[in-house]
Design a protein around this ligand. Sequence first.
Ligand SMILES: Cc1cc2nc3c(=O)[nH]c(=O)nc-3n(C[C@H](O)[C@H](O)[C@H](O)COP(=O)(O)OP(=O)(O)OC[C@H]3O[C@@H](n4cnc5c(N)ncnc54)[C@H](O)[C@@H]3O)c2cc1C
Length: 390
Amino acid sequence: MEDRGGRLFTFMGEMEEALSAIFKTYGKFTLYAHEEKAGRAAHERNKRVREWMNERGLRFLEYPVNEKNSGRKSQERWNELRQSEPVRSPEQIRAPEDFPASFNMGADKLGYFSVSGDAIRFGQQGGEQQAVETLETFLQERFQSYEENGSNLLQSTVSSSRLSPYLAWGNISFRTVVQKTSIKIENCDNLFLVKQLTSFQERLKERWKLMEQGNILESAHNSFKKDDLFLRWFNGETGIPMIDAAMNCLHKTGWIPSKYRGVLVSFAVNTLSLNVQMCSDALASLFLDYEPVIHVHQIHKMSQKVQDPVKIGKKEDSDGVFIKRYLPSLSNVPSKHIHEPWHYPGFFHLDYQAPAVDVKKANQAARKSRSGTAARSAKASDHEQLKFDL
Ligand SMILES: Cc1cc2nc3c(=O)[nH]c(=O)nc-3n(C[C@H](O)[C@H](O)[C@H](O)COP(=O)(O)OP(=O)(O)OC[C@H]3O[C@@H](n4cnc5c(N)ncnc54)[C@H](O)[C@@H]3O)c2cc1C
């Protein structure tokens, strides 16, 4: 932008304050933005901005993220997205010399903006360059075992595209990803490789369709009591290795394959009977790729399924390599017991907690409750835990 005469200004505060400062400095102006689908807070802020602009007779142009209401069929719109030329960057940008005193030049000051929560220490690094490199390495090589390793806890960290945080944060445009993938498919004559790429493209299309569905607002923000069971789940201390390892992986890296996101949700909502909204918010705070529209949709879908993390763990991480990586206290437990360490004779010498719940019994109750045949106990109780055959 700077090469073409542009300048970047940043402002920290409420939108109306920024707009007032602009109005005071320049007089009448038009506000351009992309339509935003980012949950309740952003929705309400945008409503306030529209009102603020209207009251002053100023134009607010929000470009639609999709053309859902254009009257054209979905496939037609998708084909256009795959083929249309990107809009060309302007040769020159005319930036004003003066700017409001409350504005900052550049983005450096944003580094001082304080956010709550723990830092994700081993997560992907942000930035356009990283996003482009991630796409390039995926399309050059990493995609080759995309399908085979899709739900492999360790391999998928490499063979999955890992583009989700970049797409969520806007480090790379969705159109670029779709178009580069289409070009790769067109130029590839190996059927097996085409299958991997097509499968990846299906995921992109899934995203596109969901984003087209419009604003999915989270339910009103309630403050739920974060009881002991919730904290054990959130902190990866449930005593169920598959859940605890997946949670620790999320705390450290901010990413885990889709299948295990579903397992975490199902376990929390069905097995532990935790509040779905509270769990959704908690996971949103851990996902580096948090995208409200996708997130809310997936949480809803996955909370309907009752899943057994012990069974899934035995199938997908039979030797417990993933578990041992994220739960070092279990590193000496033999593979035979890694998914149910409470059956391991040396369990009491391990620095690992007893399971918070009897998964089978709690899941049976959840299934019954889902099918409406019996009332489910409100919470997985201590009583259930004590009945465990340790
Ligand atoms: C409970 C739950 C919550 C989720 N929350 C999010 C979220 O907040 N943000 C998010 O981007 N994804 C979310 N997903 C979808 C999925 O887990 C991630 O998109 C995926 O793991 C990202 O890794 P990747 O980029 O390597 O995916 P790839 O498999 O390489 O897929 C490429 C892209 O397609 C999109 N995509 C992939 N899977 C899905 C899907 N099931 N639905 C919609 N789009 C998809 C993503 O943008 C992804 O980057 C969630 C899934 C579940 C089960």
